[in-house]
Design a protein around this ligand. Structure first.
Ligand SMILES: Cc1ncc(COP(=O)(O)O)c(C=O)c1O
Length: 407
């Protein structure tokens, strides 16, 4: 038996497990394990985690418990429950100022945002079609585009452009073959936020080139200044866009797997058709607990405050050392250019080398991004593990100042 010989080309054939996108995160995990083995007495400070450290609010948990007992909630949810969709429409109105979404045709749920991005390409991508995907960025829509026989055109997110893509630089021959544009603001990993002007440009671009927009505000309500912004608040956006609102980060509900999707009616029909053939909907008790969350946006405000304060402390510390760090516009990610090396010591040729150095020498975990220059992503979602935040920052300071970095 040689199962390797049977693996599809889309999964990399014989190279499966070697040349996949998970390679980077696998390397980080191995480096953490090796560091702990080498020096078990020095705990890892994990700034590499891409998800909240906090529990969902107790009242959301209580609601789940209650809803789990309800007989009517036991079965397949298919394309979702009306009450959850109604709560999503109200949330879009209250939080994002998007009015008048139609319950029957312009909203549905998903088992987390990831599923929504995974299911959309089946509806649109034929062999050779392109998806325009921001780089660095969340890869799921791009991966599934490739699995459908399509191609990905990366849109560089550069510091000098405030990490917004330059749509006018996309070659005409690519535009002709493009069907989807994926954007994610506030952005993972850069922490950048979109402006109304940018969204207006996106809508005009989409109309001009007949390309649909998939907007991913997974961190939409974790924006530190101004009101959260939805592309659907732009006039005409509903003609071209679909937007996926994850509950994971706004309400500390990553493991619960819940999101809602809003936007263009035909895109919604396509999405629902795709989804119906992949899953049978999220457990109704989870959707109903999700209603409680959507009706209590003050929960997100507390979460946001925590991240903001942690960002403040981290930025202060990093800048004392010589980094050029700024509190991001949103998200729990701090994205910063790496040092050149250590004074009279090693040089870092790229962010991966710096990240490996941090974990090996200082037991600090991080995520490197070398897509558009060498940047490191620190996440302020570290676990306290019985310590206070002050303890963590003082330990971080001790470790980081034990090395003289060169910038
Ligand atoms: C940019 C972005 N989009 C989507 C997701 C996925 O969210 P969900 O938990 O709803 O699948 C993540 C998760 O890390 C993310 O960073």
């Amino acid at each position: 038996m040689n199962i390797k010989k049977l693996i599809s080309n889309r999964f990399g054939g014989k190279t499966f497990g070697i040349a996949t996108g998970e390679y980077k995160f696998g390397k980080i995990k191995s480096a953490k394990e090796a560091a702990m083995k080498a020096n078990p007495d020095l705990p890892i400070i994990d700034l590499g985690i891409g998800e909240p450290d906090g529990m969902a609010d107790q009242k959301i948990i209580d609601e789940l418990y209650k809803q789990t007992m309800v007989y009517e909630n036991r079965g397949y949810a298919d394309n979702g429950c009306e009450e959850y969709k109604k709560a999503a429409i109200k949330y879009m109105e209250d939080i994002y100022g998007v009015k008048g979404l139609d319950l029957a045709t312009e909203v549905t749920h998903a088992i987390g945002g990831k599923n929504a991005f995974a299911f959309l390409p089946a509806a649109l991508i034929n062999e050779g079609d392109y998806a325009l995907i921001t780089s660095p960025g969340y890869p799921v829509l791009g991966i599934h585009t490739k699995w459908m026989g399509g191609k990905v055109y990366p849109l560089a997110l550069k510091e000098e452009n405030n990490f917004l893509p330059e749509l006018d630089k996309i070659p005409v021959d690519i535009l002709k073959k493009s069907k989807m544009l994926y954007i994610n603001y506030p952005n993972n990993p850069t922490g950048a936020v979109a402006t109304k002007e940018f969204y207006e440009e996106v809508v005009a671009f989409a109309k001009k080139h007949n390309i649909i927009v998939v907007s991913d505000p997974a961190y939409g309500t974790l924006q530190f200044e101004g009101k959260p912004l939805s592309i659907l608040s732009i006039e005409g956006a509903k003609d071209v866009a679909i937007e996926v609102h994850s509950m994971s980060k706004s309400f500390n509900m990553t493991g619960w797997r819940l999101a809602f999707v809003v936007g263009n009616k035909l895109l919604m029909d396509l999405f629902k058709h795709s989804k119906n053939n992949y899953d049978s909907g999220q457990f109704l008790a989870i959707q109903k607990a999700g209603i409680y969350a959507l009706q209590h946006p003050e929960i997100t405000e507390e979460i946001k405050k925590k991240y903001f304060n942690r960002h403040k402390s981290l930025v202060k510390l990093l800048n004392e050392i010589g980094f050029n760090a700024k509190i991001p516009g949103g998200t729990f990610f701090l994205y910063v250019r790496i040092p050149k090396g250590v004074k009279n010591g090693v040089k870092f040729n790229n962010a991966e080398e710096f990240s490996q150095y941090l974990i090996k020498e200082l037991h600090i975990s991080s995520v490197p991004w070398d897509d558009q220059g060498p940047f490191i992503r620190f996440s302020v979602t570290f676990e306290l593990q019985g310590k206070t935040e002050e303890d963590i920052f003082s330990e971080l300071r001790k470790r980081l100042t034990s090395i003289s970095f060169e910038f």
